[in-house]
Design a binder for this molecule. Structure first.
Ligand SMILES: Nc1ncnc2c1ncn2[C@@H]1O[C@H](COP(=O)(O)OP(=O)(O)O)[C@@H](O)[C@H]1O
Ligand code: SF4
Ligand SMILES: [Mg+2]
Length: 314
């Protein structure tokens, strides 16, 4: 499934005023491609995922979002629900493994999801297929959430998102809060699912996790996607000073000490009119007092004045 997001902006209303959580995000994924979304906390990653699947509560979304060639933001709620949501595109919500209902078995919870979606096929077979696809034994279906380890719970919520066999899954921080070994198992599981034909939008604050799954990477900072491109280019030749900082903050096997970006991201209540990274940027120049536009790169774009001269950008 092709996904084209254009000028997507999402805003929440809060008692302190509007929160500009996502602003003017653009990217295109070809059929079968997966994207990794990385950036610090509160920079708009979850909001972007929720906006794409039209599940943003307390917020408004503007812009364009095409699945294949259909503009899904224009579809009525029942049309989007019957045609796309969970069937073609689904989401593993941030922290979902902690929201499994403690009083129902895993099987009951799967059945409930199928009922909610008015599923007309064979419940048992569909549930078994989903649980097998995440490499869990069917015995898990009889268990209650408290009887499962963290890794098993995360597999269960992944299986839930796969129940109606979507082609594209938005996975919001599926490895956060798991220990390192379990994280690696979940990453391997996502890799296996990708091999089986699934595409992902994998959201994480940990850029290292993305290298194995993402064909494309989008770096979010202060509500904007400040760099987008092929994951090969972003790892080999990161352009935005923030992307460079994020990559330097990953510990390496060689034992090089990671360096961290000093400071904190700007508030999205009243985001600055200058480059949003200016306060933390080691390369800021006078021009950065104006918000930079997106400059085209070999495989995407970068929102930074340093690449105004096209020859420099490639
Ligand atoms: N329901 C909401 N109402 C108001 N502000 C929100 C709501 N959800 C998130 N925000 C704000 O929107 C911004 C982006 O949040 P989020 O998308 O959750 O970031 P991330 O997933 O990158 O941590 C943050 O400033 C956050 O405080
Ligand atoms: S536009 Fe300026 S302040 Fe912003 S990231 Fe680029 S160099 Fe740094
Ligand atoms: Mg989040």
């Amino acid at each position: 499934m092709k996904l084209s997001v254009k000028d997507l902006s999402s805003r929440y209303s809060s008692i302190k005023g509007p929160v500009y959580a996502v602003e003017d995000v653009d990217f295109v994924l070809k059929d079968g491609e997966s994207i990794g979304i990385a950036g610090e906390s509160a920079c708009g990653k979850s909001t972007l995922g929720l906006s794409i699947i039209r599940m943003l509560s307390g917020g408004k979304v503007q812009g364009e979002n095409f699945l294949d060639d259909e503009s899904i933001l224009e579809l009525s709620e029942p049309d989007f629900d019957s045609k796309y949501r969970w069937k073609k595109i689904s989401m593993i919500f941030q922290g979902a493994m902690n929201s499994l209902d403690p009083v129902f078995t895993v099987k009951n919870q799967f059945e409930e999801v199928l009922k909610q979606h008015n599923f007309q096929g064979n419940f048992d077979k569909t549930i078994k297929d989903a649980i097998n696809s995440v490499s869990l034994d069917e015995i898990v279906l009889k268990k209650y959430p408290h009887e499962l380890s963290g890794g098993m719970k995360q597999r269960v919520v992944i299986a839930m998102a796969l129940l109606l066999k979507p082609k594209f899954v938005i996975a919001d921080e599926p490895t956060t809060a798991l220990d390192v070994l379990i994280q690696a198992q979940i990453v391997n599981l996502l890799k296996k699912l990708k091999k089986d034909g699934m595409s992902f939008m994998l959201i994480t604050h940990d850029l290292a996790v993305l290298s194995e799954i993402a064909d494309k990477i989008g770096i979010m900072y202060g509500g904007q996607m400040v760099e987008f491109g092929s994951s090969f280019e972003i790892y080999k030749n990161p352009k935005h000073p923030y992307t460079q900082g994020l990559l330097k903050s990953i510990p390496t096997l060689r034992g090089d000490a990671p360096t961290y970006i000093k400071g904190i991201p700007p508030s999205l209540l009243e985001p600055p009119t200058e480059c949003r990274f200016i306060e933390r940027c080691p390369l800021a120049i006078e021009k950065c007092k104006k918000l930079p536009p997106k400059f085209e790169t070999k495989t995407g774009y970068v929102q930074c004045w340093l690449y105004e001269d096209e020859k420099l950008s490639n």
